[in-house]
Structure formats: structure tokens, C-alpha cells
Design a binder for this molecule. Structure first.
Ligand code: ADP
Ligand code: MG
Length: 242
């Protein structure tokens, strides 16, 4: 199955992120508190039960941690700080950050991106890249190749991130970016791609996905390139301020 989706309609405003993140994290914290309270008050709980409750509490804390990392490891919701970014450098940073996870999954990363300048929020861009790269690696439990390439077309920086992983069905592709859509059970949040779509939209970019079951998935992200003269002027100004 091969499907291409252009997803402008599904995109949500970045401002929604800040409001929902508190809500999302509250759930696992409330559950954790409930179980800890049981452990505190019921002194006669059998050992087996105590272990079980502790296990649940830890899983819930892990879940809160995953939500935080999908939502706002980098992003400061609502407060966008737009600057001219060297996208090649930002990709390199995100790739370095994700390398330990790739190594644990026997995934080989090939980064062949060019340097160019775009306008955006550095932390938003990092959050997007890391969320996509993380999904790609998670789609290759048996190992594989994660290829990151770039092209400059008609004033656009076209970034492609492809994996040789499990791929997605048509139905899964359609639901990608829907809040809470996950195929990873309790280990997934179903929030990573929603965040990606929101933030890319906020940075005037666009994103397409193609996927083939058993073959892999390719994300194509476009950002308008900032003209070189503007970049130099910006850099000069930034330097003269500091
Ligand atoms: P999560 O990773 O927590 O499940 P995401 O929003 O990041 O949530 O992703 C939603 C779902 O989209 C995943 O559970 C997975 O089914 C699918 N998906 C995302 N990226 C890929 C990929 N590169 N290959 C295969 N499936 C993917
Ligand atoms: Mg994810």
C-alpha cells in the first residue's frame, strides 16, 4: 500500500499544546499517587501486591516522562522565538542526540544533508526532528537504515527522513497525527506526531508522508529558505548586539 497524504487540514494550533500538556501529565501522576497512597495506608498488603503496585507506579511515571519528552523536551509551548537557523546544523544536533537510541536498536544513521538557512524556532525544530527520528528508529526493532537527505527546490529546503522499518497501513497513515493514535500500547503516547504537525505549521513548513507496509516510511518536510543576504545581515546584527 502506498499513499501520500497532504495534511494541512489536520494541523492544530501550537497554542493548544500548552493547555493539553498539563492535562496529559496529570493522569499518570494521579494514578501513581493513588497506588503510593494504598501502599502507605494498607500495612497488611501482601508482598506480591506491594510489588504489583510499585510496578504500576513506576510504569505510570515512565508514561509521564514519555509524554513530557514527546511534548516539550525542547519546545516552550506558546512562546515562539523565531530566528534564522542553519538547518543542516540543527539536523546534525538532532541526529547526535538520537544516536544512542539508534545504537540500541542496531539502526545505522546516514545523514547527507546540506547546510542552508531557514526561519524558525530552534527548540520547535529540534522537537520535530527528534519526534520523527524517534518514531523511525522505533519502527525498526530488528535494526535497519535511517536515511536523512536534503534537496533545495524552488526556494524550499526539502528534508527527507526515511526508514526501512515496519511501515504503515493506509488506515494508520490516515490517522497519523491524530491525538492519542498509537500502535505502541502503553509505551506510546500518540502525541509525538500531533506535536510535529503543529510545530511545522507554526514554522510555515509542510510535511508529507509515504509508507509501505514491511518496506518503510518516508517523511518529507519543506521549509522556505531564507535568502543568503538576509542571513548575513542577521548574523552581523546578532553579533553586534552581544
Ligand atoms: P507514539 O510514537 O507515541 O506511538 P506518535 O504520534 O509519535 O506516537 O506516532 C503515532 C503512530 O504513528 C505510531 O504509534 C506508529 O504506529 C505510527 N508511526 C509514526 N512514525 C512511524 C514510522 N516511521 N514507521 C511506522 N509507523 C510510524
Ligand atoms: Mg512517537
Amino acid at each position: 500500500i502506498r499513499e501520500k497524504i497532504i495534511r494541512a487540514k489536520k494541523l492544530e494550533a501550537v497554542s493548544h499544546l500548552a493547555a493539553s500538556v498539563g492535562h496529559e501529565i496529570r493522569n499518570p501522576l494521579t494514578v501513581t499517587r493513588g497506588f503510593l497512597q494504598l501502599l502507605q495506608t494498607d500495612k497488611d498488603l501482601p508482598f506480591q501486591k506491594r510489588q504489583e503496585f510499585l510496578q504500576i507506579a513506576m510504569e505510570q511515571l515512565d508514561s509521564a516522562e514519555t509524554i513530557i519528552s514527546d511534548y516539550l523536551t525542547f519546545a516552550k509551548p506558546d512562546i515562539s522565538n523565531v530566528e534564522v537557523l542553519d538547518i543542516g546544523l540543527e539536523i546534525k544536533k538532532a541526529t547526535e542526540l538520537i544516536t544512542p537510541l539508534a545504537n540500541r536498536h542496531s539502526v545505522v544513521i546516514e545523514n547527507n544533508t546540506a547546510n542552508s538557512h531557514i526561519k524558525g524556532d530552534r527548540s520547535y525544530l529540534q522537537q520535530c526532528l527528534v519526534n520523527i527520528l524517534k518514531n523511525s528508529i522505533e519502527a525498526m526493532p530488528q535494526g535497519g537504515f535511517l536515511t536523512i537527505q536534503s534537496e533545495v527546490i524552488e526556494g524550499q529546503y526539502r528534508l527527507s527522513i526515511s526508514d526501512t522499518g515496519i511501515g504503515m497501513t493506509n488506515e494508520q497513515l490516515k490517522r497519523l497525527g491524530e491525538p492519542y493514535f498509537t500502535t505502541k500500547g502503553y509505551k506510546g503516547t500518540g502525541l509525538g506526531m500531533m506535536v510535529v504537525y503543529s510545530l511545522i505549521k507554526a514554522m510555515s513548513g509542510s510535511i508529507d508522508v509515504t509508507s509501505e507496509i514491511g518496506k518503510g516510511t518516508q517523511f518529507t518536510i519543506n521549509f522556505p529558505i531564507v535568502k543568503q543576504e538576509l542571513t548575513i545581515e542577521h548574523t552581523y546584527k546578532a553579533k553586534s548586539v552581544s
